[in-house]
Design a protein around this ligand. Structure first.
Ligand code: HEC
Length: 135
């Protein structure tokens, strides 16, 4: 599904600009094309909104050492987390617990460090904010 979309995107970009770019990265080719990609280009550089309670908590903690909104760092991009889960009470609970306790396995073998100092309420506020970051 993802692969097919990537292929279509590359095909579209190549036909749109005559196949000039051989960068191999669909992201940078998409940015190079001039049509219909402004939304993607803009969202590629989103940052945490610290006027939101959840965003403020993220900025106050160490989350941004390992996470960015649109790019995988050590942990998954928040946009990918938002894409993977549908917000529900159960999901918010599970993810808030995971942030507090840490752990691995859902995205790979690298573990998230525990954040035992976070309250469950704050962790839930953070998760609800992250789940709004879907592209
Ligand atoms: C040391 C690096 C690191 C820090 C600091 C960190 N994370 Fe993570 N985070 C990770 C990794 C690695 C994963 C993937 C874990 C897995 O594979 O299940 C992850 C996963 C997540 C997930 C998805 C969990 C899942 O099970 O799908 C959320 C939500 C998250 N982090 C939020 C946060 C928040 C909020 C903070 C700050 C309070 C934070 N992270 C701090 C590394 C980090």
């Amino acid at each position: 599904m993802k692969k097919v979309f990537g292929m279509l995107l590359i095909a579209a970009v190549f036909s749109a600009c005559g196949g000039g770019s051989k960068s191999g990265s669909s992201d940078s080719s998409a940015t190079a094309a001039t049509t219909d990609t402004s939304a993607m280009a803009a969202s590629a550089s989103r940052t945490i909104d610290t006027t939101q309670a959840g965003g403020k908590l993220i900025a106050k903690n160490d989350c941004l050492t390992c996470h960015k909104v649109d790019t995988k760092v050590i942990g998954p991009a928040y946009a990918d987390v938002a894409k993977k889960y549908t917000a529900s009470d159960a999901v918010v609970d599970t993810l808030a617990n995971k942030i507090i306790k840490g752990g691995k396995g859902n995205w790979g073998e690298v573990a998230m460090t525990p954040h035992a100092a976070l309250s469950m309420d704050d962790a839930k506020t953070i998760v609800k904010y992250i789940l709004t970051l879907k592209k």
